[in-house]
Design a protein around this ligand. Structure first.
Ligand SMILES: *Cc1c(COP(=O)(O)O)cnc(C)c1O
Length: 369
C-alpha cells in the first residue's frame, strides 16, 4: 500500500462512470448509454482535422482566436465573453474552481448531470442538490429556498440530463431575478439543439439580460465531436477571465478547434441530422406512450424511463434485446437516440418490458445539504 498523502475528503469523491460499452454478443448490440451522436463525422470535418494533424508538433493557439471570433460573431457578443474548454465538462470544472472553494455551496437540481457533484467536491465546495418536482422539472421555489450566503454557483441544466425535461422561461426568469446578483447562474445547454419546446428559455438571450448569467455549450452532442473534447462558455467578461485563469494551459487541441470550425461550416448538414434525431426521439416517445409508459417529454437526444423500483428488471429486458442504456438503479433508465434500426429495437424492448412496471412514476432521490 502506498503511503502517499492524498487530499482530505477525496475518498468521498465518486469517480465519473462512463456509459457502459455494448458487450460482445450473438445478437446486434446498441450502445445508447452516453448520448453520443450516432452519425459518423462528416467527411468535410475529417478532412480538416487530418490536415491539422500535420501541425501536431506545435502547441495550439491557447486563445483559440479563430473559433472564438467565429462564435462571437455567431451570437453577436464580445469575443472577451467566449471561453473554450476541452468539453463543456471542463467549462463546468473551470467555473467551479473559479468561484467556489472550501465552505462554499454549488446548487443544482437532482437528479441532473452526474458530473456536477463530483466537480463541486473536487473544487473543495459543497454540492447542494434540490430534488426535481414530481413532473421531473426544476423546482425553482425549493432551489431559491436553498440559496444561502455561501452559495456561489447555481447550475440549471436545460434540457436536463437525464430526464430531458425543460424549464419554463418565465419561471427561470423569476428565479434569476430573485437570485442575488453575486451568485453566478450557469445555464448548461448541452442539448439545446434538440430542444423544440416553445416556452423554454434561450440561454444566450438570458445571458444578454443579466450580468450574473453564463451559458455552457458543447460540440459533443449535436455536432458529433464527443471524442474531440471541445465546448465553450459565453460569460460576462470578468467571469470569462476567471475561467481562463483556472483553465489547464493548452487544454483545447488544434485538432479540436479545427473540427469545431469545420462543423460550423457544415452547420446546415449537421442540423439535418439533428432534425432526424429529434423526429426519432418523438417517434420513440409516441410509441412508448402508446405502450402505456408514463414518460415525460424529453427535449434532448435521449428518453428517460421512470422505472423506479423496477429499474433493474427493465434493464435486464433491455439487455436481452441488446440495448445498453444508462441505468440508475431505483430511479430510471436513460436511453440515447440512435439510428432508426436501434430505435426500433428500443421500442420492441420497451414493449416487452412494460408489463413489469406500473404506469405511475417517478424516481426521486432526497436532497442533500
Ligand atoms: C454531455 C454533457 C455535457 C458536455 O460534455 P462534454 O463532452 O464535456 O462537452 C455537459 N453537460 C451535460 C449536462 C451533458 O450531458
Amino acid at each position: 500500500m502506498t503511503q502517499v498523502h492524498l487530499r482530505e475528503g477525496l475518498e468521498e469523491l465518486p469517480s465519473y462512470r462512463q456509459g457502459k460499452p455494448a458487450p460482445a454478443r450473438d445478437i446486434p448490440t446498441y450502445k445508447l448509454s452516453s448520448n453520443e451522436n450516432p452519425y459518423p463525422p462528416l467527411p468535410s470535418v475529417v478532412r480538416r482535422v487530418s490536415e491539422a494533424a500535420s501541425t501536431m508538433h506545435l502547441y495550439p493557439d491557447m486563445s483559440g482566436r479563430a473559433l472564438v471570433t467565429r462564435l462571437a460573431e455567431r451570437y453577436d457578443v464580445d469575443a472577451d465573453c467566449i471561453v473554450l474548454g476541452s468539453g463543456s465538462v471542463e467549462i463546468a470544472s473551470q467555473l467551479m474552481r473559479a468561484t467556489a472553494g472550501a465552505g462554499d455551496e454549488v446548487l443544482f437540481a437532482w437528479r441532473s448531470f452526474e458530473a456536477y457533484p463530483t466537480l463541486a467536491i473536487a473544487a473543495g465546495a459543497t454540492p447542494v442538490m434540490v430534488p426535481l418536482t414530481d413532473s421531473l422539472t426544476h423546482d425553482f421555489d425549493e432551489m431559491l429556498a436553498h440559496i444561502t450566503p455561501r452559495t456561489r454557483v447555481v447550475l440549471i441544466c436545460n434540457p436536463n440530463n437525464p430526464t430531458g425535461t425543460v424549464v419554463d422561461a418565465d419561471a427561470m426568469e423569476r428565479f434569476i431575478a430573485a437570485t442575488p446578483d453575486n451568485v453566478l447562474v450557469v445555464i448548461d445547454e448541452a442539448y439545446q439543439e434538440f430542444n423544440r419546446a416553445e416556452k423554454s428559455p434561450v440561454g444566450i438571450e438570458v445571458f444578454r439580460r443579466h450580468d450574473n448569467v453564463m451559458v455552457a455549450h458543447t460540440f459533443s452532442k449535436a455536432y458529433g465531436l464527443a471524442g474531440m473534447r471541445i465546448g465553450y462558455a459565453v460569460a460576462p467578461p470578468a467571469v470569462a477571465d476567471a475561467l481562463r485563469k483556472v483553465a489547464i494551459p493548452f487544454g483545447v487541441t488544434s485538432l479540436a478547434q479545427e473540427a469545431a470550425l469545420a462543423s460550423l461550416d457544415a452547420i446546415d448538414e449537421l442540423a439535418e441530422r439533428v432534425d432526424k434525431l429529434v423526429s426519432e426521439r418523438d417517434r420513440i416517445q409516441d410509441a412508448l406512450k402508446a405502450q402505456g409508459w408514463a414518460i415525460c417529454d424529453s427535449q434532448a437526444n435521449f428518453v428517460w424511463l421512470p422505472t423506479a423500483a423496477y429499474t433493474d428488471d427493465v434493464a435486464r429486458v433491455l439487455d436481452d434485446f441488446g440495448i445498453v442504456g444508462r441505468v440508475f438503479s431505483g430511479e430510471g433508465i436513460r436511453i440515447s437516440i440512435g439510428l432508426p434500426e436501434a430505435n426500433d429495437v428500443v421500442i420492441a424492448a420497451c414493449a416487452a418490458a412494460y408489463p413489469a412496471t406500473t404506469p405511475h412514476p417517478l424516481s426521486r432521490t432526497t436532497a442533500q445539504g
